[in-house]
Write a protein that binds this ligand. Structure first.
Ligand code: ATR
Length: 280
């Protein structure tokens, strides 16, 4: 019997319980995935409860990916460098923190567009929040030519640049206007903000009127599956990459850390798409 969970707020409608139940079924194990929806003032109390519940591991989501780092016994070096934890493995009572967000994104995009990983490609990240951080870090460790970051508050994009510890990858901070005028220079454009998320489905972060047909446009928003940003990309003839695949891959990597077993996301894809379409 595996005992797993999720801490965050708000998480009542999280899809993670469904996803991890599917993974448990794949490896033929019984288990539970508990939702610890926790407001700031209840955080200590929930942590205490989680210790009593003797979990095998849990996920951490907004707004606690940094806070949880104060409660760990060990920290994976990759998560330490990103400065955020989304997965905790519990071994002999010890809490060990990992981050599967960036690698989850990288695996998701690579599985659909392996050609982006051949040759020296140029990437533009839109947004400079927690999600952008993990993705930027993971991309800088894969050998791209350029990984630029554009953000409404340009200083926040500039603050992320030191995460690029390689001297091989070029990166600059841009304004949204600069980004909009140079979208044709990039092979991959990744939207990492919450703009366009349900219910504000008509919102779009920047215009894609100059995008190339051979560019891949990716959005980490998965509710709706086809954001306004992806609709315009598709209309312009670009390739599109939808956000639910990142959700699945970060979950897969977390589940593999807990169970030490390999699982696959393919059998979950249509089921998850049906759930998401049903929610639209
Ligand atoms: P997350 O952890 O989900 O990435 P976050 O850390 O709050 O969330 O970051 C949110 C990102 O979305 C930021 O890049 C934010 O831009 P600012 O740094 O300028 O605040 C961006 N964002 C949110 N709402 C936005 C909006 N309406 N227009 C443009 N950018 C927005």
């Amino acid at each position: 019997m595996m005992k797993l969970g999720l801490i965050g707020y708000p998480i009542k409608h999280s899809l993670s319980p469904w996803i991890h139940q599917q993974f448990l079924r794949q490896i033929d194990r019984n288990g539970t995935y508990l939702i610890y929806e926790t407001k700031r003032e209840q955080f200590q109390e929930t942590i205490k409860k989680m210790k009593e519940d003797k979990l095998d591991g849990f996920n951490v989501t907004v707004p606690y990916k940094q806070t949880i780092m104060n409660y760990l016994d060990e920290l994976d070096p990759y998560a330490a460098e990103i400065g955020a934890v989304n997965t905790v493995v519990i071994q002999n009572g010890k809490w060990i923190g990992y981050n599967t967000d960036g690698t989850g994104y990288l695996t998701a995009i690579e599985s659909q567009f392996p050609m982006l990983f051949n040759g020296e490609k140029r990437v533009l990240i839109l947004g400079a929040g927690g999600a952008a951080r993990g993705i930027f870090y993971a991309l800088c460790r894969a050998s791209f030519h350029t990984v630029d970051i554009a953000n409404r508050t340009i200083e926040k994009a500039t603050d992320l640049l030191p995460l690029n510890i390689t001297d091989k990858v070029n990166s600059r901070a841009l304004s949204f206007q600069e980004a909009e005028e140079s979208v044709q220079d990039y092979n991959l454009i990744i939207q990492t903000t919450s703009v366009g998320m349900k219910p504000a489905v008509k919102e779009q972060i920047i215009s894609l009127q100059y995008v190339n047909r051979d560019t891949v446009v990716s959005d980490i928003v998965y509710q709706p599956l086809m954001t306004q940003f992806l609709i315009e990309a598709d209309h312009m003839g670009a390739s599109i990459h939808q956000g639910h695949t990142m959700l699945l891959y970060q979950a897969k990597l977390a589940f593999q850390l807990w169970s030490k077993r390999e699982v696959t996301i393919e059998p979950l894809l249509t089921g998850l798409e049906d759930i998401l379409k049903g929610n639209e």
